[in-house]
Ligand binder design. Sequence first.
Ligand code: WT7
Length: 647
Amino acid sequence: MRMRIVSDTSYAPDANFAAGANGKQELFDAAAADFEGFWADQARERITWAKPFSQTLDWSNAPFAKWFADGQLNVAYNCVDRHVEAGNGDRVAIHFEGDQGDTRTITYADLQKEVSKTANALSELGIGKGDRVAIYMPMIPETVFTMLACARLGAPHSVVFGGFSADALHTRIVDADATVVVTTDGQWRRGKPAPLKAAVDESLTRGEHPVKHVLVVKRTDSEVRWNDDIDKWWHDVVDRQSDQHTPEPVDAEHPLFILYTSGTTGKPKGILHTSGGYLTQAAYTNSIVHDVHPESDVYWCTADVGWVTGHSYIVYGPLANGATQVLYEGTPDTPHQGRWWEIVQKYGVTILYTAPTAIRTFMKWGAEIPAKYDLSSIRVLGSVGEPINPEAWRWYRKNIGGDKAPIVDTWWQTETGAIMISPLPGLTTLEPGSAQRPIPGISAEILDDEGNPLTEPEQVGYLVLTKPWPSMLRTIWGDDQRYQDTYWSRFGPKYYFAGDGAKYDADGNIWLLGRVDDVMNVSGHRLSTAEIESALVSHESVAEAAVVGASDETTGQAVCAFVILREGFADNGDDTVQELRNHVAKEIGPIAKPRQIMVVPELPKTRSGKIMRRLLKDVAENREVGDVTTLADSTVMNLIQAGLKKD
Ligand code: WT7
């Protein structure tokens, strides 16, 4: 866990802002008075139900929750059609800004047509209710169309981040049993085309697979390999479809999507989210936390749709609310380091939701870059993915938020589906560095090792959630047991174990202190130490590997690996390191590439054979090595350090 400094300056809400804010004290009061009634109200107010529900929460089979179970809805209808029916068809849903400077304006009426065509195309490819579709695409409108088309058909999607490798894609396709993959020929990266379909082709050579069709959007006009049996161009199949399609209502608990995330073991977990509860909380939080006012705001969430933030806060939350948003395909520094601020100025972005790692990168580039642009439209700033250090928080407020925009530091997870702990802009007195309080309807506690609630300030413990919530994961796809073991057993079946360390400050604010398990957080992305270790040992030269997350100024944590080479493989310095880094990129994806790989003669182990990562972390962070008395061989650390100094 990282130490953080409690700040001495907090920021009281602005009265003008408060007057128009969606987040009100009454919400806290209502949720405290009647928890289920509160969520039922949210679900009725924010969602259009094809069949109203009568039961709010069924927790009788805990930890398997059912929310609004006898209700029916269609998620895509809620995100698209109903806005058109309400007379808002001309409102812009998406301002698309391409990597190449190409743009596209998509109104809600356009979105309805595009999603309908895509749904018709997918059903022509045999996709119906309950069938899984894998989506491996860059940040382009077709990705949003495809996700919504799946929702329209009741076909759960599994979006796989475009930075994942062919191997990772293969595992995910097989685990979800996806019969259709939607992809693009290539993706633009820093002004250059990079292949994407090639990874799909490769993934299908990795072994048995259920894929019948690969639907390919032409994005970069790159050369692709073509297999007539399964490959289909988007423009051949989607363009000729009717733009009319009737959305089919599904049960509230019908699966909406699977999204894989890293856990403590090597095998990624397919987090399952369902329809009614997920959409309710995504829409609710986007309204009260981001303070979206659909008729006037221009909202921009910079996440990739391959992560849960993109699911909840690009696709489902904002579109359910009928918001206008920016969708940006490119990177922050292409073609120049002011690109984001140029986009804010161009579209008059009012709400910006991004990650601390991006903010720290902009800090490094210098405040003079955003200062060249008119950012006066911005009225709310958000942060997500990891703790934001108070220094970055203040820089963000001053240089991006005009010294006045409230910042919402939002804590949540792939598993929680939507924001759980966050200040409410206009209501909360902001404390830089802290995510502060559970939002109305959510209950959290901090427990010590034995499961006793901690109430005193500065006592460090484990964050738990004490009540079910509508957008909670329902299970791990195909593995109910792992679901129970991972989340509902550490402190017994009444507490959801989040895997994060936390403490209160003297004002009762919650401070998140990082993961307590073997999960790293690199640039707000979750990576498992076990997964990278198993990628390393799959290389012929590696006998053993241990991976730790070491703190990094920009990315929060960085992957540091220690490897022991097999007999007969020489340590060729940089060449060995480079080869192993590339091997990890190939096995998992470039995001998992270790920043540092150290070849060592031994690894520190306890008498029971468990690797003591704590000691390796000391080495990776250039600290004096801590207590070594529980090591089976206490001289190992001397060997490791002597070996490293020699280099
Ligand atoms: C983990 C979840 C939630 C979408 C992005 C990441 C860390 C997330 C915060 C925050 C401190 C945070 C936690 C959490 N985290 N937001 N505001 N302050 N830590 O989703 O990949 O499922 O990762 O990210 O450690 O457990 P994810």
